[in-house]
Design a protein around this ligand. Structure first.
Ligand SMILES: O=c1ccn([C@@H]2O[C@H](COP(=O)(O)OP(=O)(O)O[C@H]3O[C@H](CS(=O)(=O)O)[C@@H](O)[C@H](O)[C@H]3O)[C@@H](O)[C@H]2O)c(=O)[nH]1
Length: 477
């Protein structure tokens, strides 16, 4: 299967937001140069359909029992008990998606990855790279198969192309769709106008297409959508899980919690949430919006099984997130980059908990027409606290860790109240891996192991929320 797919067309996006249908190795990796590619849709479609047919033949069915979660009291529209088995992981080649695809496969679900590989293209365009070397998706899947005997189906294409998505849906017939397939970096969305437009178009249209595909081809399918804690912003009151009960002029209602996103990326997730909520009401879609916090860590039980399965680990100022970045900075002797006063508080979670949360959401599906919102994080930290934890862990390893205050490139409160609810996933059985000294030690050791791969030019932030303009930036952040 991997061989079949490696000869196929991979989609790259162009700044016109039309997919480029040239084979991946013939695509220019420059952001602006992808515009002129000849979109040979008919050839692509023929190749694609042929592959789908062959993939069906090669696919090994792995149906087995779901090992985690309570028995779901949920039914299909025909009244039978709804037991999800076939899961489609959109964005399954990315940081959270890859770890999740392997975890679900390990737990006995049949898994298909849908991905257009654009995350790899972003790295080429911006001159970035993962701290860890990562194998091609085909090699990853082949390695997983040889280690465990479990097959993962692979569909390479862009979900913004409805034709591709609908063929994929009809071919795979998922019971659950986990949707990670979005541009997920706030700084990326603030580089320039074209990245802002790309982020919102890709994210909002992609999700809308998934909703239409569920309605049209798979009405019982449960959508498990990755949202973000950043949808709520930092209000001066407690943050609830999705909804808040308000009494106004003597009348009371439970309403969606107010949204105050602070980047074009975070806003795209708000727009998604509104579209999903509407289609749950209007069409009876079952959906869970997982408002995830900042993820840290790299190893999960499955990705640690072989170096070919190793996950990506971003430390640059565009895709790297706070704690992962601080560990790499400490490993290479770069001062920790606290933006502004460092009093920014966020919800955080270990990547091992990301995969657990997704599994719990799938095993306990929403009811038809229900729009559930779970806040997916395990602990809250201020950025300064994280810097202190990394400094202390660095001392134990003999590293001299310094911290600097970098003028904040973002527009955000640097000191604020923050208190978020996060009980729903715990109620479903989440057993969190809290941030411990030993985890920071092992992350630091991991960063030290790969420190020769660090490009220190990628560490300082170069994207400014205030200076974002219409001119396309073709060089790194
Ligand atoms: O070197 C750094 C990097 C970040 N920060 C600060 O750390 C906080 C978090 O920033 P981040 O880059 O770690 O995370 P963020 O941009 O918020 O986005 C990440 O975390 C989000 C969850 S949340 O933050 O919205 O809860 C996800 O949705 C995104 O996909 C993921 O990239 C911000 O206040 C930022 O200013 C620093 O002080 N120094």
């Amino acid at each position: 299967m991997a061989q079949l797919l490696s000869s196929s067309c991979s989609l790259a996006f162009s700044s016109t937001n039309k997919p480029c249908l040239k084979p991946f190795n013939q695509c220019s990796t420059s952001f602006s140069n992808t515009v002129g590619c000849d979109n040979s849709r008919t050839t692509f479609r023929r190749l694609y359909l042929r592959e789908q047919k062959q993939m069906k033949r090669f696919a090994v069915v792995n149906a087995s029992t779901v090992s985690t979660g309570q028995e779901a009291p949920v039914q299909t529209s025909s009244g039978d008990p709804f037991k999800p088995k076939r899961v489609m992981v959109i964005g399954g080649d990315g940081y959270c998606g890859w770890a999740t695809a392997l975890h679900l496969s390990n737990k006995g679900y049949e898994v298909a990855i849908v991905d257009n590989l654009v995350r790899r293209l972003f790295d080429h365009q911006l001159g970035l790279d993962s701290l860890t070397p990562i194998s091609s998706i085909q090699d990853r899947i082949q390695c997983w198969k040889s280690l465990t005997g479990k097959s993962i189906e692979l569909y390479i294409g862009d979900i913004c192309e409805f034709e591709f998505l609908s063929e994929t849906f009809k071919s795979y017939e998922p019971d659950a769709v986990v949707h990670f397939g979005e541009q997920r970096s706030a700084p990326f969305s603030m580089i320039d106008r074209s990245r802002a437009v790309y982020t919102q178009q890709n994210n909002v249209i992609g999700t809308l297409n998934v909703l239409f595909a569920i309605k049209e081809y798979r009405e019982d399918c449960h959508l498990v959508k990755l949202g973000t804690m950043g949808e709520y912003g930092t209000p001066n009151i407690d943050i609830e899980e999705g909804y808040i009960t308000i009494t106004h002029n003597g009348r009371t209602d439970t309403l969606p919690y107010p949204k105050q996103a602070s980047s074009f990326y975070h806003l795209s997730k708000v727009h998604d949430s509104h579209n999903i909520a509407f289609t749950c009401k209007a069409w009876g879609i079952r959906a869970t919006d997982l408002n995830q916090g900042v993820v840290y860590g790299v190893r999960t039980d499955e990705t640690a099984m072989h170096e070919v399965l190793c996950n990506r680990f971003d430390y640059d100022a565009i895709f790297g997130t706070a704690l992962n970045r601080f560990c790499v900075q400490a490993a290479v002797g770069h001062p920790l980059t606290v933006y502004g006063k460092g009093g920014q508080t966020r919800g955080f979670l270990d990547i091992r908990d990301t995969v657990q949360c997704i599994e719990l959401a799938i095993a306990n599906p929403a009811n038809p027409g229900e729009f559930r919102v779970f806040n997916q994080f395990t602990e809250q930290f201020q950025v300064n606290e994280l810097a202190n934890l990394v400094t202390k862990a660095g001392e134990k390893l003999g590293l001299d860790v310094k911290t600097i205050s970098v003028p904040n490139p973002r527009v955000e409160l640097e000191e604020h109240y923050y208190n978020c609810k996060n009980t729903k996933l715990v109620d479903l059985g989440l057993r969190p891996h809290f941030l411990s000294d030993s985890l920071i030690d092992s992350l630091l050791n991991f960063a030290v192991q790969y420190k020769d791969r660090v490009d220190t030019k990628q560490i300082m932030p170069g994207v400014s929320w205030r200076k974002v303009g219409v001119k396309t930036k073709t060089v790194s952040s």
